[in-house]
Design a protein around this ligand. Structure first.
Ligand code: UT7
Length: 363
């Protein structure tokens, strides 16, 4: 049995932080950010990650024509859970008001959604599950060091979700290739956060984001291409069969390089891009992009879709999916985020003060 996506949804918080906003307090410019990354703006959340996941999930469940009680498993993928014990998927389950079903977290950086889809496929293929909710959500603004201009301009908050059900053999997830380049993990790492952190030292609470953008860039292009080819190979298909590429949204230059190497230079309209609005939302990026591709009519019935990804780990992944016949949601959900009175610039002020001046600035 194949794992078919029958519902999809997204949730982006209302606070928009533009490149100009960032250039107002950091040595950067709208021009640099647009030309080096393709990003114009990103969202800053006023709620926890699992609340973003909750709203996206309600929308995905409604789009599948289901109710939360119909779901028999929850996979939540995120690198920015608001809580570690218990797992964030259990918080999502509680918000959804369902009881008893399995709920697991997957932390695989920007590849989280592809990893999670592979797990959901396995659970459905073994027959133990029928309808799994896979949500990818991030509140990466929590981790941003607003004094570090190379990484601060890249990331944003948001969520996307999918309902995965058993479907016909020739539809849904046809192949998924997963990998990890752990030898280069320090290129994107927060080493002082987790049970290994120094809780009492002078730098307690100050997160250090180790970031080597060029190293990630090179590896991302190489791996997204090779895993795409490998996944297509496993599915017995070729790049010519692909109707749409929905890549992880990290940097427009990465997406364009991958598109070019995969032979899509003249088929740029078949490579979906929405990072100009959201920046890199890590595990949320692919389900958010998939939802917008559907909303914009880019996913045609029966389309073959390729999803390449690369991120912290350094994880790498690609999946190939044959879309079904339905490209419209069955229902919509009335669930919304609570309103926010503050602008995105105001939402980050405390974090900005802390990053610049330390704990005394915010006590
Ligand atoms: O999902 C995976 C997560 N990781 C990523 O997405 C990161 C992938 N990497 C990238 O997207 C790119 O490497 C970056 C956007 C991070 C950087 O682009 P780049 O073309 O690799 O720039 P660079 O690191 O080679 O830096 C070029 C110059 C440097 O100045 P000098 O040394 O040439 O004078 C940087 O200091 O650009 C400078 N720079 C900036 N200037 C203005 C770096 N960040 C900024 C900035 N504004 N925000």
């Amino acid at each position: 049995m194949a794992a078919v996506i029958t519902g999809w949804g997204k949730c982006v918080p209302p606070g928009i932080l533009t490149n100009e906003d960032i250039a107002g307090f950091m040595d950067t410019s709208d021009e640099w950010i647009r030309t080096r990354t393709g990003i114009h703006e990103r969202r800053i959340s006023h709620v926890d990650m699992s609340e973003l996941a909750y709203v996206a999930s309600c929308r995905a469940i409604a789009a599948a024509g289901l109710e939360a009680g119909d779901i028999d498993g929850i996979i939540l993928t995120s690198a920015s859970p608001e809580i570690i014990i218990p797992n964030a998927a259990s918080r999502l389950q509680e918000r959804l008001g369902v009881r008893g079903i399995g709920a697991m977290d997957i932390n695989s950086g920007c590849c989280g959604f592809v990893y999670s889809m592979a797990v959901a496929h396995g659970l459905i293929a073994t027959g133990t599950h029928k309808r799994i909710l896979v949500a990818g959500a991030e509140r990466l603004s929590f981790f941003i060091d607003w004094t570090q201009r190379d990484s601060a301009v890249l990331f944003g908050d948001g969520a996307g979700a999918a309902v995965v059900e058993a479907g016909p053999e020739d539809e849904g997830l046809l192949a998924a290739e997963l990998g990890c380049e752990s030898e280069a993990g320090s290129a994107l790492m927060i080493p002082n956060f987790g049970s290994g952190m120094d809780r009492w030292g002078p730098d307690a609470g100050r997160l250090v984001l180790q970031f080597d953008g060029q190293e990630i860039f090179k590896r991302a292009v190489r791996a997204m291409c090779s895993l795409s080819e490998a996944a297509l190979d496993v599915a017995g298909l070729s790049l010519k069969d692909v109707d749409l590429i929905i890549p992880h949204q990290a940097n427009l230059r990465i997406i364009e390089s991958v598109g070019k190497r995969l032979g899509f230079a003249d088929r740029a309209d078949q490579v979906f891009v929405n990072l100009q609005k959201y920046g890199n939302t890590s595990a949320a990026s692919i389900p958010l992009a998939l939802t917008e591709a559907l909303e914009q009519g880019k996913v045609k019935p029966g389309a073959l879709i390729l999803f390449p990804a690369f991120g912290a780990g350094l994880t790498r992944a690609a999946m190939v999916m044959r879309w079904g016949q339905r490209v419209d949601p069955i229902n919509t959900s009335p669930v919304e985020l609570p309103p926010c009175e503050l602008s995105a610039r105001e939402l980050i002020q405390t974090s900005l003060d802390f990053c610049r001046e330390g704990i005394e600035a915010v006590r």
